[in-house]
Design a protein around this ligand. Sequence first.
Ligand SMILES: [Zn+2]
Ligand SMILES: [Zn+2]
Length: 364
Amino acid sequence: MVAQGPVPFTWRRATCLGCGEVVRRARDEWIEMTGTRSGSWLMATETEAERSFADPLPVPPGEEVFQLGAVHRRCLRQAYVRLRAQQVVLPDSLPVVFVDEPPANESFPRLHLPPRRGECPFCSRNYVSMSEEDIYPLWLIRELQSRGAGTIRDGRWVARISLPTIPVCIDCNNTWMSTMEQDVKPQLISLFDNVTLVDRFNQVRLATWATKIALLLDAAGPNPLIPRGFGHDLRIRKQPHRGIWVWMATYSDVADVLPVHPWLILPPAGGDSDEVHAVCITFSVFRVAFQVLIPLVGGGPAELETFGNSVVQIWPPGPDDIDWPLPYFFDRESIVAFSRRIYDNRESVPLHVALTASVRQAPQ
Ligand SMILES: [Zn+2]
Ligand SMILES: [Zn+2]
């Protein structure tokens, strides 16, 4: 089905067609609804990545289709019931949508493939302009610089932090992505400076942000592997996909504050497939290391080394608060062993790891 409206929906806040409460475009999980005023034909847009749900075509003769508004994901059923029963008071003027049967050779976006360069990693709204964005947000770079951080480039320490960039559409960038940055900022800064507890709510926030960064690092790299479906799902749900795993560790090394270590889990040797089984991206931001495991085939990791309880899972989130900092911290050398702790089905190489105990004291 091809639905064409005169303009893409550009709302910030809407009234939920289900519960009547406010829907915040940049923060909530929402679904847009299209249909006839009588409720005789309805469509829910992007209930899953690239998947919409519609009543059978054709639209009942003599009726026009409109952009009706938005609903919270949790209110979709209620909205259907209310729209069918004409219990929703709709505005007098609504944008008209033209609905066609799909052409026979319709090609669907390929969600199992990585985003192509120049394509938004989070949506396929190719009518929205793109802009080249920093993967690490500016607020983070300012925080690092105010703490005297730098990076190692060609074996030399430099005070300047070089920033990888990636094209992202301005709609994703200005709505849910910037909200995600504002939401995670106080929590990340607190982890930089404080002895603290990380509750389940903040574990989810950190894991969601870490997933966003990992997807961008992969997409910006020379050989992207992570399918676009994960990015689309992150935009729609504003949480990591349920197949993803995220861990957190303590990191400290002022000489390299933003190391990134990708690691590929390959099929067992001698198998008949050469498909990569999973992509594991370990990256640190100043005092915090994140590890994001994105499986490309089913299954999860076996029991993993936790380096003396110094690696904790944050997605799926656990029931317990995390006592921060963790007992030992990684530096730019030991982080390599952490980044390779998931067996890649190749010859195993023992890595010697020396960790330093974290100092647990309140800041001066
Ligand atoms: Zn609602
Ligand atoms: Zn986008």
